[in-house]
Design a protein around this ligand. Structure first.
Ligand code: ADE
Length: 224
C-alpha cells in the first residue's frame, strides 16, 4: 500500500515511520510513505500557500493552485490514487471505513492547516473527506497518521500473525480482557478458565466477555 501525504509539516510523520508497527511494515516493503511539501508548489518567493478569506474573517485559507499542482504530480506516478482530505466535516472514521480503505493500492492524504482549504478543491479534486471524530485538531497530519496506523495494521504480513482480526470493533464488538503473569496480583486472580488449557472453553469465555463488555461500555455498537 502506497501512502502519499500532502503537508506543510512532513517531519511530523517520523512519529510513525521511525519506530513501531508502521516503521516495520515500511522496512518489509508492505507500506511506503511519501511526503510532499506543499510549499514546493508555491508560485511565490516566500513559499506561501495560503491567503486571506474572501468575505473577511479570521484565519487564512489554503489556495487551490499549489494543491492542484501537487496532486497532478502525484497522479503522474499513481493515476488511481484515492485522494482523501482530512477534516472535521468528513465521514466519521470507524473500523468499517478502515476495512474499506485497506483494500486500496494507493491513498493520498491532503492535510489541511489554518482555517481550511479553498472549497473548490473539495468540490473538484478530492475523492473523500474523512474526520477522525467530532472535535477539532490543529491540522490533518495527526488524523492522517491515525488512518495510516489503522489501515496498516490490517494489511497482510504487518502484524506477523493475524492478530488484528481480533482487535476491538472487528465484528462490531469490543475486545475481550487480557491477562499475563503472575496469576495473582494483590489478591486479584486471573479468571480460572484461562488457566484450564481447554481452548474451546477459553474461546467461548472470550466471546461472551466481548459481548458483555460491549453491552456495558458501548451498547451503541450492538445497534449497528
Ligand atoms: N482536522 C482538524 N480536525 C480534524 C478531525 N476531527 N478529523 C480529521 N481532520 C481534522
Amino acid at each position: 500500500m502506497q501512502f502519499n501525504i500532502i503537508t506543510l509539516f512532513p517531519n511530523m510523520f517520523s512519529a510513525i515511520s521511525d519506530e513501531g508497527v508502521i516503521a516495520r511494515a515500511i522496512k518489509k516493503s508492505i507500506i511506503s510513505i511519501k511526503t510532499w511539501q506543499l510549499r514546493d508548489f508555491s508560485d511565490n518567493q516566500y513559499k506561501n500557500v495560503d491567503d486571506k478569506p474572501y468575505g473577511g474573517g479570521a484565519g487564512m485559507v489554503m489556495q487551490v493552485k499549489p494543491i492542484r499542482d501537487c496532486l497532478s504530480e502525484i497522479k503522474q506516478d499513481s493515476p488511481n490514487t484515492k485522494v482523501i482530505y482530512l477534516s472535521p466535516q468528513g465521514r466519521k472514521l470507524n473500523q468499517q471505513l478502515v476495512e474499506e480503505l485497506s483494500v486500496l493500492d494507493s491513498i493520498t492524504f491532503l492535510c489541511g492547516r489554518y482555517e481550511g482549504i479553498d472549497e473548490r478543491v473539495i468540490e473538484n479534486d478530492i475523492d473523500m473527506e474523512v474526520s477522525i471524530g467530532d472535535y477539532v485538531i490543529s491540522g490533518g497530519e495527526l488524523a492522517a497518521m491515525v488512518l495510516i496506523d489503522a489501515i496498516g495494521r490490517r494489511l497482510s504480513g504487518v502484524l506477523g500473525n493475524e492478530s488484528s482480526l481480533k482487535d476491538s470493533f472487528v465484528n462490531n464488538l469490543l475486545d475481550h480482557p487480557h491477562y499475563t503473569r503472575p496469576e495473582v496480583v494483590d489478591g486479584q486472580r486471573v479468571p480460572e478458565v484461562l488457566l484450564s488449557g481447554h481452548q474451546a472453553k477459553i474461546d467461548d469465555w472470550r466471546q461472551a466477555q466481548s459481548i458483555e463488555k460491549t453491552k456495558l461500555k458501548r451498547p451503541d455498537l450492538l445497534d449497528d
